[in-house]
Design a protein around this ligand. Structure first.
Ligand SMILES: Nc1ncnc2c1ncn2[C@@H]1O[C@H](COP(=O)(O)OP(=O)(O)OP(=O)(O)O)[C@@H](O)[C@H]1O
Length: 361
């Protein structure tokens, strides 16, 4: 296992990049702690696979360095990096049995036969494939083949890190849930550094201790699921995490208050010296919105969906989509509805980035 550092890393697939749009990854520094369970989350095309392939050595970064426990591995090929990688689609040897497929990475590294036997049995049990050990991979379903791929990634004890690139895409929903909890269990047991790529927030939040969120080639936040919920560092994190996502409203800011349209919203602290001409917005999660006939911003309710524990109110505010989550039992006025926000949970964004109030870090 290793602590993985990416130093001033950037990548362009073009030979002569001339501007930010030419970069699949824009420059950043990032450290993955030894033994951490990370999810790498972001929409299609944001650079997740590019980043994973740079860590494993399948791709040479055009800029910056990769360090494992302080040692520069930037120029080392994949086989010298001791990384296990599991891809979206199965990578198995069809002509081999399940047992031989699982044993392959261990045989390659000269692990003694009795140790191979023990680890293969343990892995087959975990994957619920003990009865299939003697079968050729060829005749198995896509699900089963992908389970073997996972097993081949997890069977080695000595890896620096295990990288998963959307490994559960082809797996049916029930098994998906099962395998995800087994991965978590395995992480607790062996404390491998694990990086799990997904564009599914549920998958990311259930697997990881820390989530790295990417957007358009940038790492926009690294944080615990709670941090991503409470203080999204970028408006994209606010939209992407949570269901429904954070409300983002254009505003003007004056000290400790924002003006949205003609209405004043109290902020949790003072804001001065904001950059001239920058885009300013407040972000408030639907969970921190209260509806009443009294104070607040006028909204037009379009729909109320009852989920059991709370109701999702879909509305418009100054023509923009706006959502509120209202607990069961709390009143939703029939007309003249106004929305007010908890100031502690109202964040200010300047050009999409979270802006701290005076005195905040
Ligand atoms: N081999 C390549 N040559 C040129 N451009 C590439 C190559 N691979 C990826 N890209 C581009 O780099 C950007 C990042 O792609 P990448 O596959 O890393 O994203 P991703 O977040 O993994 O997406 P997905 O979730 O769809 O797999 C995209 O604009 C993509 O078109």
């Amino acid at each position: 296992m290793a602590r993985i550092e990416l130093s001033r890393l950037a990548h362009s697939y073009r030979p002569n990049p001339s501007g930010p749009a030419d970069y699949a990854l824009k420059e950043f520094d990032l450290t993955w702690d030894d033994g951490g369970a990370y999810a790498l989350l972001g929409p299609s095309g944001c650079g997740k696979t590019t980043l994973l392939n740079i860590i494993s050595g399948l791709l040479a970064a055009s800029h910056g360095r990769v360090l494992f426990d302080g040692e520069d591995v930037t120029r080392l090929p994949p086989e010298a990096r001791n990384i296990a990688q599991v891809f979206q689609f199965p990578v198995v040897y069809d002509s081999m049995t399940v047992r031989d497929n699982l044993a392959f990475p261990l045989k390659n590294r000269g692990v003694p036969a009795d140790e191979i036997d023990r680890r293969v049995k343990e892995m087959a049990e975990m994957l619920e494939m003990t009865a299939d050990l003697h079968k050729k991979a060829q005749g198995l379903t896509a699900d089963a083949k992908q389970k073997i791929s996972l097993g081949r990634g997890l069977v080695r004890a000595d890896v620096n890190a295990i990288l998963f690139d959307e490994p559960l895409t082809v797996i049916d929903p029930h098994l998906k849930w099962l395998l995800r909890s087994q991965l978590k269990h395995l992480h607790r047991r062996f404390a491998h550094t694990m990086i799990y790529v997904t564009h599914d927030q549920t998958e990311a939040l259930t697997f990881a201790d820390k989530v790295v969120v990417m957007y358009e080639g940038e790492v926009v936040q690294v944080g615990t699921p709670e941090e991503l919920f409470q203080r999204p560092a970028h408006t994209f994190v606010g939209y992407f995490i949570g269901s429904p996502g954070m409300n983002v409203l254009p505003c003007r800011v004056d000290g400790a208050q924002a003006t949205v349209g003609e209405h004043v919203v109290r902020l949790r602290g003072g804001y001065r010296a904001l950059p001239q001409g920058a885009k300013t917005e407040i972000g408030v999660r639907p969970e921190f919105v209260t509806l009443s006939r009294g104070e607040g911003l006028p909204i037009q309710v379009e729909r109320v969906d009852d989920t059991g524990r709370f109701r999702v109110v879909k509305a418009r505010l100054d023509g923009l989509a706006f959502n509120a989550l209202i607990p069961e039992g709390a009143e939703i006025p029939a007309d003249g509805v106004r929305a007010s926000f908890d100031p502690q949970a109202t964040n200010l964004y300047v050009d999409d980035h979270l802006w701290p109030a005076e005195g905040e870090a």
